[in-house]
Design a protein around this ligand. Sequence first.
Ligand SMILES: Nc1ncnc2c1ncn2[C@@H]1O[C@H](COP(=O)(O)OP(=O)(O)OP(=O)(O)O)[C@@H](O)[C@H]1O
Ligand SMILES: [Mg+2]
Length: 629
Amino acid sequence: MSPSAAPTPRTLRESVQGLRPYLDGVLWRWVCGLLAALLSGLAALAIPQVIQVLVNNVFSADGSGGRSSVVWAGVVLLVLGLAEALFVWLRRVFILPPASDVENRARIGLYRRLQRLPVAFHDAWPSGQLLSRAQADLGLVRRWIAFGSVMFVVDSLVIVVGVALLFTLSWQLALLYLVAAVPIIIRSFSFRNDFRTVSRLSQDQAGDLATTVEESVHGIRILKAFGRGATALEGFRTQASTLQDTEVRKAGLLASFVAMVVALPEVVLGVGLAWGVYLVATGQMMVGALAAFFATTAVLARPVESVGQLLGMTLSAKTAIDRHLDVISVRPAITSPAGTDPEEAASLGATRLDGDADEMAPPSGALPVLPPSAGGLAFRDVEFRYPDAAEGTAPLLRGVDLELIPGETMALVGTTGSGKSTLLQLVPRLYEATSGRVEVDGADVRDFPLEELRRRVAVAFEEPTLFSDTVRNNVLLGAPADVLADEEKAQQLLDMALDTAQAGFARALPDGLDTEIGEEGLSLSGGQRQRLALARAIAAQPKVLVLDDPLSALDVRTEEAVTQRLREVLADTTTLVVAHRPSTVALADRVAVMADGRIVDVGTHLELLARSAAYRDIISNAEAEEARA
Ligand SMILES: Nc1ncnc2c1ncn2[C@@H]1O[C@H](COP(=O)(O)OP(=O)(O)OP(=O)(O)O)[C@@H](O)[C@H]1O
Ligand SMILES: [Mg+2]
């Protein structure tokens, strides 16, 4: 799935309604701000009316009352000017804080949704796209709420009222003014569509660019090691210029529109001035009305000029909202059973959108009673294909049947690409079996609230991810809350986990266990990172431990030591561990052999050596590798 390929079409109204979950307590302040802005616009329009009276009085035949009316008009003009300034200030006071509230809530809502969406979603969406949606897009939405939306409404209204006033002053001149407006209005409609398309394109391209930056920063070592820096730069340059072209196109569109919006009224004004003087000379118009007419067009100049830009901003904001909604309205495919997850209810309450309603359905019937935590793990006729696999390809896992006895350590061996990692990821429901059942403690994993399932099952992957935090916090990431609450117990658990994973090296780091390890633990060696990731899985004190080749970067002797310790310390923890080395495999209670997405044999190491050619093959390959190493 390409995230930007098929955005859901929405009207502006639907898009704005999509923001509803974030608008709590915002709407009334926005309305107050809008009213303030309207009043400031109307105060500006009232000024020419006063000028009209003033000028007419000064030029009246007898000249009487000129003096006092000048004073009065001066006072009224001053009051109107001050009122206009006051209302502008009020608009800001009312609207700026709620606009950043919306931005903040939307950002948190997005983050929450990203946490809930399954791994398959993250497989499909480039991280830069998500980053730009969380940052640039929401900043644009904030500016639009605080400024663009209000000023678009106010300026449109000021134009309508202003033109109506022009008609009261002189219908002939007003008609002339309007003639200039018609082509502008017509052009705005076609401009709307052109601009919307380009605006979406530029925002998507900005997201792609962010992905590239993210990836190359992430993979900087590889790029350097392979001397691909120049090529990467070239690719980046191309992408950046594509974005630049789009931006220039966008600016060009806007510029030609704005030029038309500005130029046409100017021409008309020139003509209008000559005509107005003629009308006054022939007595068809008062000189005060003429002054007021041009004063009004001066007031209208800014709104007429900026209404196009505000329309552009509105469309960009709509695109930004749509890009946000495209992510936020993805329904997490992997959820706790209905009604068992308070977080789910909260999250849906905050981001309820079209089609989410059925997720809110109250649980039908009684919730499944969870079995006691004993450490059972079984796969029953499991079939799986990746959601993004090409259509028509055979499932990756087929008819997988495997049962582990509680407390048992089972090794999973198989050629590379046979589906071992995939199978393991089904246990904590990082992916969902396409058919069949994965059972923990005799119950389908789908019957567990996700939190409970992930309390019972802990995992360590071959690619260990560590966070930029202390060793202690990294290892205790998944530790039970009651242990963490007690400092002494937490320390004991930490020591036990580190010892079992042979990760004692961490105590010798500059600040011991409080050493901050770099982004993704980059400053540690691969084997060190693996051992910390393993310690983390152990410290979670699960009943079922799922280890995906967690020792691949260790030397044979350390790997053996870890495996031996694992068996002793975790005697009552059921362990399913992907392993390669015969020495490690031999330590397992039983071994399952995987080939081509199926479990083809299960037995002890010796049994399998005796009866399975496939097993001998895998093992002798590994032995040869070990000998070479
Ligand atoms: N996210 C994904 N989307 C689609 N296909 C995937 C995905 N991840 C893995 N695959 C494919 O699934 C197949 C099995 O991969 P898997 O990682 O389970 O193998 P493995 O047995 O763990 O191999 P290894 O021993 O090398 O770790 C591979 O052909 C791989 O290309
Ligand atoms: Mg693997």
